[in-house]
Design a protein around this ligand. Structure first.
Ligand code: EPZ
Length: 436
């Protein structure tokens, strides 16, 4: 397993173009199951999660060709998928929860599906009850059988009215799953309390370009008129707002000056507003954001919320910035109450953080001190790299495969902004041949 070695003290300075959005492209890839015509996606990021989704789609009868960030996906015909039922296997689905969003398109087009339950992860149990509630409201008759989500409804889904809200707000991927299924259902589907994330907006746009009839884009209520079939399409993936936010928070906490091109500033309004409150200077254009800071950040409280609130995927990065800010910050996690694996690792670097339920109270220190730390979820891992930038001495972030799931070449891109960072192959300790 690789590790990243970061030497503290550098300021992040320079200009980068955001990669294509991981959380947008995964549902877009799954949407290829809705038709047997080619779906062409541009600006597809080179990430482990994209590879995993590609392998799952291949298992489900989709042919893929990838070249220079363009991905062409073509699913098999409905008849062949019916005659030769496939399954999304546990060994792949268990490594990436987003795989669950192949379920809706499969059942809608083929009338049957067999998709492994994703299982939990460091963010918590990660249930799929809202996916099942929404799809079963369309008549999918999904049941759990031997760790798999199984449907054999054998007929066209039926439009319905359904509510997708919960105590956490809406589920992003459950909205994607149900929305894709509804495009081919008979009649009208009204989804109330749909997720409004930019990734859902991009999925609606793709589905509309395939011939789906959807109104309410970007809002909490989506109305879908089902159609008999959908055609192929071509689309360019939007910039990754979470990758961009990670670099911009890094700029602010290292008193740097970074501009990210190819990202929609409105997708990060909560984050840039928070950085402004913390004392950074933020300027934006139509498709770029610049963050500069020339002094220590001020403590700034954050509560993570569904879009357009502060994104949970940037909570760990904000916590790291507050670990070296002036004063006390309270960080409240309302989406994944257990999303604090990074606290223990930041404490190893000398941070002063107290966890109370779904809150973390951060007392900013002048500086952190470098040490080996362990990556856990992919966003927490990126936060540990940022921590290494402001820690004295050397910080080693281990289990870097977590980061490679969601960040393209984070070491090379951080180094391009001036970070002193390198990737090292971790010696493989083979228990069969110990080399003591
Ligand atoms: C998407 O996950 C993102 N992943 C996550 O990003 C992101 O953190 C999350 O949305 C919230 O914004 C992708 O888009 C691939 P949810 P998703 O369903 O859709 C609960 C990253 O780092 N819930 O919106 O799986 C759930 O437990 C990843 O890129 C249910 O209770 O998240 C959570 O508390 C991490 N039942 C809340 O809803 C369900 O059936 C929101 O989860 C589904 C979800």
């Amino acid at each position: 397993m690789d590790r990243l070695v970061v030497n503290g003290g550098a300021r992040l300075e320079g200009r980068l173009t955001a990669s294509g959005s991981k959380n947008a492209v995964l549902p877009l890839m799954a949407a290829a199951l809705l038709t047997d015509e080619p779906v062409v996606l541009h600006r597809v990021p080179a990430l482990r999660d994209v590879t995993t989704m590609g392998l799952i789609l291949k298992q489900l009868g989709v042919e893929l060709q990838a070249e220079d960030g363009t991905l062409v996906l073509q699913a098999a015909s409905t008849e062949s998928l019916r005659d030769e039922p496939r399954e999304a296997s546990y060994d792949l689905v268990s490594t990436m929860r987003a795989s669950v969003c192949v379920l809706g398109p499969l059942v809608a087009r083929v009338g049957q599906a067999r998709v492994s339950l994703p299982g939990g992860c460091v963010l918590g149990v990660r249930p799929v009850d809202m996916h099942m509630k929404g799809l079963n409201a369309l008549g999918a008759r999904i049941e759990v059988d031997g760790g798999y989500l199984v449907s054999d409804v054998g007929r066209r889904l039926q439009g319905s009215r359904l509510f997708l809200g919960s105590t956490f707000g809406s589920s992003v991927l459950a909205t994607a799953n149900v929305l894709m299924a509804a495009t081919l259902a008979e009649g009208t589907t009204r989804i109330t309390s749909a997720a409004m994330e930019p990734e859902i907006v991009q999925l609606v746009t793709l589905l509309q370009s395939m011939g789906a009839r959807i109104t309410g884009i970007g809002g909490p209520e989506l109305l879908v008129e089902g159609v008999e079939r959908l055609s192929g399409t071509e689309m360019t993936t939007q910039g990754d707002r979470i990758e961009a936010g990670t670099f911009l928070i890094g700029a602010a906490m290292t008193r740097g000056d970074v501009t990210i091109d190819g990202v929609d500033p409105s997708h990060l309004a909560a984050v840039t507003d928070t950085l402004g409150q913390a004392g950074a200077e933020v300027t934006c254009g139509d498709d770029w954001i610049r963050v500069q800071a020339d002094r220590r950040l001020e403590s700034t409280d954050v509560t993570t919320l569904p879009y357009p609130g502060f994104p949970t995927d940037l909570q760990a990065q904000h916590m790291t910035a507050m670990a070296v800010a002036r004063g006390l910050s309270v960080i409240t996690e309302r989406i994944f109450p257990d999303r604090f694996m990074h606290v223990a690792e930041l404490l190893r670097l000398g941070a002063d953080i107290r966890k109370e339920g779904n809150q973390a109270i951060v007392s900013g220190c002048e500086r952190l001190s470098g040490a080996p730390v362990m990556a856990s979820d992919l966003r927490a891992s990126a936060a540990l790299v940022l921590a290494g930038l402001v820690a004295e001495g050397q910080t080693e972030v281990r289990r870097v495969y977590h980061i490679d799931r969601g960040y393209e070449r984070i070491d090379a891109r951080m180094a391009a902004l001036g970070a002193e960072i390198r990737r090292e192959k971790q010696p493989h300790l083979d228990p069969q041949r110990p080399d003591w």
